[in-house]
Design a protein around this ligand. Structure first.
Ligand code: ZN
Length: 304
């Protein structure tokens, strides 16, 4: 299916920008920390339709009666110092990433734009432990939930880092909690974690980009979203099952062949479930399709 047509089909339910917190729950909000435009070809191997990659550093806030969570947190205020702790290839790539997000805000400010206080969070859920997803957690105090495999990997990285800055891992170590996928099979995935126990937020393993990368389904009436972290960088790559561009793949994919297979699996998933809005973590267009504009929140129920 062509990208434009798919995007049109995914323009789903109305959005309530700046909806009053607590009035309608659960609710999900697009939280954006930074945005930048990159060449389309950087967004995956063999990209043809996307001329410009509208890249973003974003997260998603879930407001829920059982406690609010923030999924992914962007870069830390010390991001440049952190990437300078990494080996040469990852350091050079990381310096470029941090520079591309020079004009950025951090979770406390970003959450405030959606009417949320950082202290209101019950937890922070991280798709994977890269500095551009986990670093912003340093500006908050809530527990940081990663997959059990990712937690182990973070610990190992403190001794021999490749892409997790040791200082970041150290500073977060006491707050890290490993998620057990104990909720059974879900949507074709052999394992899952139904976070609230009501199917509104379901976490599934997506190893490859990192050992414990995970995806998150957000299920709201009239809207279903699948956050795929960095399994692909862009929607076109997700729909076509494309591996990452060489420069991104070599600097960021932990097991590139497994990451490639996961990208292909996402494309198969999309063909089987075209009604579910897939959001690669760095594709601004994908968030815009699902949420409209940054800091907008979806209503849980159809609006009157
Ligand atoms: Zn990333």
């Amino acid at each position: 299916m062509r990208l434009a047509l798919t995007l049109a089909l995914l323009a789903l339910v109305p959005i309530t920008a700046g909806a009053a917190p607590g009035k309608v729950i659960p609710q999900v909000c697009w939280i954006e920390y930074s945005a930048t435009d990159l060449p389309g070809a950087m967004g995956g191997q063999g990209i043809t339709e996307m001329k410009v990659w509208h890249s973003t550093f974003s997260g998603v806030l879930v407001r829920h009666p059982k406690g609010d969570i923030l999924i992914d947190t962007g870069l830390s205020p010390d991001a440049l110092a952190e990437v300078n702790e990494l080996p040469k290839n990852e350091r050079t790539f990381g310096q470029g990433i941090v520079k591309s997000a020079e004009s950025r805000i951090y979770p406390p400010q970003a959450l405030a734009k959606a009417g949320e206080g950082g202290a209101d969070l019950k937890a922070i859920l991280i798709t994977h432990a890269h500095y551009d997803h986990m670093g912003g957690a340093l500006t908050l105090t809530a527990p940081v939930l990663v997959s059990a495999a990712e937690k182990q990997w973070i610990k190992a990285q403190t001794k021999s880092p490749t892409i997790v800055p040791p200082s970041m891992a150290d500073r977060l170590s006491s707050r890290l909690q490993g998620i057990q996928y104990d909720s059974g099979a879900y949507m074709g995935f052999a394992q899952s974690k139904d976070y609230y126990g009501d199917h509104s937020v379901v976490v599934v393993p997506l190893p490859g980009h990192t050992p414990g990368s995970q995806g998150v389904f957000l299920n709201l009436p009239g809207k279903r979203v699948f956050l795929i972290g960095d399994t692909t960088d862009t929607l076109e790559a997700a729909y076509r099952g494309l591996p990452k561009s060489d420069v991104v793949r070599s600097a960021t994919d932990f097991v590139p062949e497994l990451a490639d297979r996961q990208a292909a699996a996402i494309a198969r998933f999309h063909r089987a479930h075209p009604d579910i809005a897939i959001i690669p973590a760095h594709d601004r267009t994908a968030y815009a399709v699902a949420f409209g504009q940054p800091f907008a929140c979806t209503a849980a129920a159809p609006r009157r």
